[in-house]
Each structure stands twice: as C-alpha cells, then as structure tokens.
Design a protein around this ligand. Structure first.
Ligand SMILES: CC(C)(COP(=O)(O)OP(=O)(O)OC[C@H]1O[C@@H](n2cnc3c(N)ncnc32)[C@H](O)[C@@H]1OP(=O)(O)O)[C@@H](O)C(=O)NCCC(=O)NCCS
Length: 173
C-alpha cells in the first residue's frame, strides 16, 4: 500500500500529489489555496526532486494516491536550512543543521486521515536512511502532525522559531 517512488515516478505523479496537498493543506486551519498546491506540483517538487537524498513515499488506496511524504539531504545554503539557522540558537544549528535528512512534507487526504496512514508513511520514509540526524519544522501548536512526530520519538529542539513553527530533530544513529 505504501511505495517508494523514484524521481521520475514522483514527477509523473505530481498532479496526484498536488491534489493530496490541496486536500490536506487546504483544510480549515491550514488554509492553503489551489494556486499554492499547483506551485507545489509544478515548482517545489521538481526543484526538490533534484536534491541529493531525495526520497518520496506514497500511499495508495484503490490505485489512487491518498497520502505522501518526502524529504532530501538538507545542506547549509539551502533556503530552509538558512531560515532555520537564522532563527535557532547557534549550538543547535552547529549540532543539527547540514547533512541532515529533512522532512519537507507529510500529507494525507482529509477523507483518509485517522487510519494510520500518516504514521505508516512516516515509518517508510524514515526506514534505512543513511543520515545521522533528521530535521523538520511543524506547527508549534497542538495538531495531528506534531503529535505524530512526538509519538515517533522526535524531540522539540526549538519550540517556536518565530513564525508559529517548531523545529524538531531525530537522531537516526
Ligand atoms: C499530519 C497528517 C499527515 C496525519 O495523517 P493521518 O493519516 O491522519 O495520521 P494517523 O492516522 O497516523 O494519525 C492521526 C490520528 O489518528 C489516530 N489513529 C490512527 N489510526 C487510528 C485508528 N485505526 N483508529 C482511531 N484512530 C486512529 C492517531 O492516533 C492520531 O491521533 P491524534 O491526532 O489524536 O494524535 C494529516 O493530519 C495531515 O495531512 N495534516 C495536514 C497536513 C500536515 O499537517 N502535514 C504535516 C506538515 S509538517
């Protein structure tokens, strides 16, 4: 039910992934719009798919993608790493940022949520990674995503980076 897609398969599935993105992040309280979902499929995913360590996992139900998660090897100089490096304490940045596996997105269609798919996508994404550390940002308030990451053993490194996001880290070795 959960597959690892290579770069070509991921790009081929971009419209389906964008539909999942819109369902998950377009829900009330997340409030992304259709233009942002289109940008995700047409720009963000193609850009990130070229990064070292790119890994995308997709959950299918009745041959339709209903959830996905992806990340890549994060490095200093990249937009997200630099944004985190500006906001986080120097000792956290020194220890964690650069060469980490970065979870960029985890999304499950609204109608498929609450059945364990998000948890399963997380586990397949994180399985067998060669990295020593993993990082992500997620909402600082109480929602399904931060609850899921904490259940999986992620630790809160910075509770609020200043824009409503917390920085989470996980040691993989
Ligand atoms: C975060 C997200 C991916 C989780 O997906 P999901 O498939 O619902 O995840 P799970 O089903 O594994 O877990 C969600 C909840 O369902 C519960 N659950 C899982 N299986 C269940 C079952 N069989 N019966 C009852 N409850 C169940 C979990 O305990 C969890 O409860 P909690 O939210 O109270 O902690 C989804 O909510 C989503 O797409 N959110 C919007 C986008 C987002 O926030 N992405 C993360 C960006 S950092």
């Amino acid at each position: 039910m959960i597959d690892v897609l290579d770069v070509q398969q991921s790009l081929g599935a971009a419209p389906e992934l964008a539909a999942v993105y819109l369902s998950a992040f377009g829900a009330p309280g997340y409030d992304e719009d259709a233009a942002r979902a289109e940008e995700f499929g047409n720009e963000q995913l193609p850009l990130h798919s070229q990064r070292d360590g790119f890994k995308l996992v997709a959950a299918r139900s009745d041959d339709r993608i209903v959830g996905f998660a992806y990340g890549f090897t994060g490095q200093r100089g990249q937009w997200w790493s630099e944004r985190v490096a500006e906001a986080a304490p120097a000792e956290i940045v020194e220890e964690w940022v650069g060469g980490h596996f970065e979870i960029v997105d985890l999304a499950v269609m609204v109608e498929a949520q609450g059945q364990g798919l998000g948890s399963a996508l997380h586990d397949v994404l994180m399985a067998d990674l060669p990295h020593e550390r993993a990082l992500l940002t997620t909402w600082a308030d109480d929602r399904p995503a931060p609850r899921l990451y904490r259940r999986k053993g992620w630790q809160v490194l910075v509770p609020d980076l200043g824009w409503g996001s917390a920085l989470y880290g996980l040691r993989l070795r």
